[in-house]
Design a protein around this ligand. Sequence first.
Ligand SMILES: [Zn+2]
Length: 328
Amino acid sequence: MVALNPVLAAVLRNTLGRRRGVTGCLFTFHRAARPEDWASLPDRDFYVDIGFLDRLLAYLARHGWSVVTIEEAIRRSAAGDPSKFVNFSIDDCYRDTFELVVPLFRKHGVPVTLFVTTGIPDGTHVMWQAGLEQTVRERDTVVLDGKIVDVASPARKRAVYNAKARAWEGREPLEYAAFCAANAVDTGAVYANHAMTWEMIEAVVDDPHVEIGSHTVHHPHVASLSEEAAFCELERSRLRLEERLDIEVHHFAFPYGRAGDCGPRDFALAGKAGYRSASTTRKGLLTAGADPLHLPRNTLNGRHQQMHHAELHLTGISGLAARVLNRV
Ligand SMILES: [Zn+2]
């Protein structure tokens, strides 16, 4: 994210939008936390402060943005609807989606899209991030590579979490299993603390403020899979949601979602797997007549929780900057 003077962001707002035929802005995030928990979160970039989200929803209402479902967003894009709209989608579906996020959107009377990784409620997904984070957060020391490591202060917790998450990349389930064994982590308790269950999803499925979409079965980097395996991930998660919840699922979001994680082959597969839309995490705005099988989304994260950061997304400036800097 480039830093930009908030005044400049405001000046550029509508002019950029009008020139590029902009219709809407899709936001995404993964987890939410209460303000009082913020200081002790080791992986805080992965969260949005629920208090900030509350203020952002109020700001959007004050400035004439309507919050819509993905279904409505792609309808408006296809129709060239010039009204200002945003969508919020939350990926994976952790327990805080049920406890904090859905109630907040209900309070504001606006919809939120849940992109469910079906392996989470099915109990087959390895929740290594949550497990590593919870253990580092709760303890003063942890055992890493046979050594006792100090994680007593919030700064140490963040540093150790980030170093391990980076070091484990590509072999997380294996590394997490070794970490749990060395630290006597109760993986069942971690799962219960962090996973959204089918019962929680069933409790919100008929809520008019909730739209359910799919986010694969196992949360892979789809582009790295064979065509057959990729199709399977896309189709099986849709079928699982439809069968378990007795609904139709029309929308999909690619895990990770950047240029290296999903490409033209995968966008076509999403159509073949029965989806009307597929979302990425490439920054930018939803323009009139955009291809719904590779929608841009702007990620909200813990580092950038000020209204002018949201404005960079709403104006399309962050998407423009990402393309200029080739960070897609
Ligand atoms: Zn995800």
